[in-house]
Design a protein around this ligand. Sequence first.
Ligand code: ZN
Ligand code: ZN
Length: 220
Amino acid sequence: MIEHEGTRVLVDAGLMDLHERFAPGTLDAIVLTHFHPDHVQGLFHLRWGRGAPIVVHAPPDSEGCADLYKHPGLLDFRRLAKFEPQRIGGLCFTPLPLVHSKPTFGYAVEADDGTRFAYLTDTLGLPPHTEAFLQAWQADGMAIDCSYPPQGAPPRGHNDWPMALAAIASVRPRRAWLTHIGHVLDAWILQTAPPLPEGVGVAGDGEVAVFARGREHCAT
Ligand SMILES: [Zn+2]
Ligand SMILES: [Zn+2]
């Protein structure tokens, strides 16, 4: 969830208890990275709620997931276009193409105060135009797909540990978080305690990062 002053935007909807976490009318929009179930499964019953429509911005994917397009209920799906910024309240989302098995966007999110945060999952590396955008953009914070420990063979669909760190080194955000952590990776981290570059951490459930005019601190 990304929040700036009065604006609250949920990025992806994989949790099954969204109706308990967010009272009706407290989200300005939902923004989807892609239509894999682990990112949209929370929409399947959220759609049957009562009240005002919920705007759901999504990448162009003619299939979506299961019958979400056919029976959207409360959900008001809107299609985003790559590199075309979408303003939502005090936040501006620029969709960045990623490399995955479905049409997938990461997002470069800029708040009205100039704070910049990029959310990049699911992806296997970064496409050249997305990488160049991020190198020029200079994010204050960035979260990126890191699903696997180092793989002997090239991984499929998701970054492994070295690929995620290589993308961070290329883009040079001020702070970075590894996310979409798989169970095997989680075990590998516990067993090996691998070193991480300064400013890079493994994201945890419930973690909150607060950015204020380019400075930020992290609370768990
Ligand atoms: Zn996926
Ligand atoms: Zn995923």
